[in-house]
Design a protein around this ligand. Structure first.
Ligand SMILES: [Ca+2]
Ligand SMILES: [Ca+2]
Length: 239
């Protein structure tokens, strides 16, 4: 995803006034990883806390690159993702600041600052709050619909569709992504095959629906967590 237009910083409303000094007078053509982001968890590891390594390449390693109006990369730029409109997503109160550089900001924001290359990589910790389908899949943002907004220096940078491997907010700490998540994704896929509503939370491959392909990806993630390298811990959640 490329941010093409030049947007005046005057439109900004800054979360942290102290960050304004790091922002250029104009935000130019930066870029984002893509249109889809999956929130993840972490595992206790020999070095402390290891964010999910995202062996499937679909986790929350989400890169934002900020450039100024002259197309130079901008170091120290304040970037954040606001999940407030993601009705069935909850982010973790602890965003592993020491390990990731990202910080939780109430109510539903994860923020960071770009490095010397003008880049910040998000590894958003969080979950979805799905419950088993009844007459339809449980409520949530529909598949393919972006619910999170990404900002750089107060300027809207882009919007992304959000999924969560811990789809039911159960099992953390220890087994945040496990067989019960896979089972729930499968139940949703079956409900959707019968006419139910596909939700973004378990559209892991960004196909804008949920089917056996997403169930298989959820299974891979549950296996990684069981083997000690994936998302064993996603909570506690805020708000
Ligand atoms: Ca779970
Ligand atoms: Ca899908």
């Amino acid at each position: 995803m490329t941010v093409r237009s030049l947007l005046p910083i005057a439109a900004a409303c800054c979360l942290a006034a102290s960050a304004a000094a790091e922002c250029p007078t104009q935000i130019g053509g930066g870029s984002l990883s893509g249109n889809y982001l999956a929130v993840e968890g972490y595992t206790q590891c020999p070095t402390g806390r290891c964010p999910d390594p995202c062996a499937d390449g679909r986790c929350a390693n989400y890169l934002a690159t900020v450039r100024d109006g002259a197309n130079n990369v901008t170091a120290g730029a304040h970037v954040w993702i606001d999940f407030s409109s993601c009705q069935d997503i909850r982010i973790a109160c602890d965003q592993l600041t020491a390990e990731t550089g990202q910080v939780y900001v109430s109510p539903s924001i994860v923020e960071g600052y770009t490095n010397a290359s003008g880049q910040f990589t998000f590894k958003v910790q969080g979950t979805a709050i799905a419950t088993p389908p009844t007459t339809d899949t449980s409520t949530g943002t529909n598949a393919g619909v972006p619910c999170a907004a990404i900002y750089a220096c107060g300027v809207l940078f882009g919007n992304v569709v959000v999924a969560a491997y811990d789809v039911n907010a159960l099992g953390s700490p220890g087994a945040a992504v496990n067989a019960s998540d896979v089972s729930l994704v499968q139940s949703e896929a079956l409900k959707i095959a019968g006419g139910g509503t596909a939700r973004a939370r378990d559209d892991y491959n960004g196909s804008n629906t949920v089917n056996a392909g997403d169930v298989a990806i959820g299974m891979q993630m549950a296996l990684q967590a069981a083997q000690g390298s994936g998302s064993q811990i996603t909570g506690p959640y805020c708000p």
